[in-house]
Design a protein around this ligand. Structure first.
Ligand SMILES: [Fe+2]
Length: 225
């Protein structure tokens, strides 16, 4: 995906072009997904399990990293609202119920399959670059609101009727995405990114991780099949 970005786009008033690039990244990721009906039960289980292995214990961590990294009151407020909802409604517990109902609770091999790419995202978050983390999270929220129907289809084909996690995230993340783009604008005004830095580093690392949850490296595919 395009990682180069014009200086004009670093101005908050031009953030629409960044949003377009994020939307394009989400579009291309969605277009790369397989048809659930064309997958084997083991492949469907693996996708749910690896997604759960990543998201159950890391979404709140990543969003907390965003909170620690941002400097504007507006961005802090938006991120805190998001964290509040995650913890109050225990989205990790919701995701665990979803995975268990689909007989896809992650095991050690699922965790191993995503380990390297997950580590890369964690180390990126550890750099505490506010604009870039908020951009990564905006990409993620934009992605999962569309990914939820795919995930729900996988679970249904595995015999599950548990849909709270996918129903909640297909709706609430529309508002979350818009909020994070507002936060991004505030952060860009407060702390413009050095043009020599790759603004989309987090987006690219997270995209790679998501692709691995869908289709892990051949070595781990054989281990999890
Ligand atoms: Fe959530």
């Amino acid at each position: 995906m395009a990682s180069a970005i014009s200086l004009q786009a670093l101005d908050g008033s031009h953030s629409g072009s960044i949003q377009d690039q994020v939307n394009d990244a989400v579009d291309s990721l969605m277009a790369s997904l397989p048809q659930p009906e064309g997958l084997s039960p083991q492949q469907r289980r693996g996708i749910i399990a690896r997604y759960t292995a990543v998201l159950e214990g890391n979404f709140i961590y990543w969003m907390t990293g965003a909170f620690l990294a941002v400097g504007s009151d507006e961005a802090r407020s938006i991120i805190l609202d998001n964290l509040h909802e995650e913890v109050r409604d225990s989205h990790p517990a919701m995701l665990r119920r979803f995975a268990v109902a689909a007989h896809a609770a992650p095991n050690d091999l699922d965790a191993q399959a995503v380990c390297n790419d997950l580590t890369n995202v964690r180390l990126f978050v550890g750099k505490l670059s506010g604009v870039r983390i908020v951009l990564m999270m905006a990409f993620f929220e934009g992605f999962i609101q569309r990914y939820m129907s795919f995930l729900a289809d996988l679970a249904e084909l595995q015999g599950s009727t548990e849909k709270e996690y996918t129903d909640v995230h297909g709706v609430c993340d529309i508002a979350h995405t818009a909020g994070l783009f507002r936060a991004l604008e505030e952060e860009m005004i407060l702390d413009p990114v050095d043009p020599s830095e790759n603004l989309f580093e987090g987006v690219e690392l997270l995209r790679t991780l998501i692709l691995t949850t869908v289709d892990p490296a051949p070595m781990t595919t054989s281990a999890t099949a």
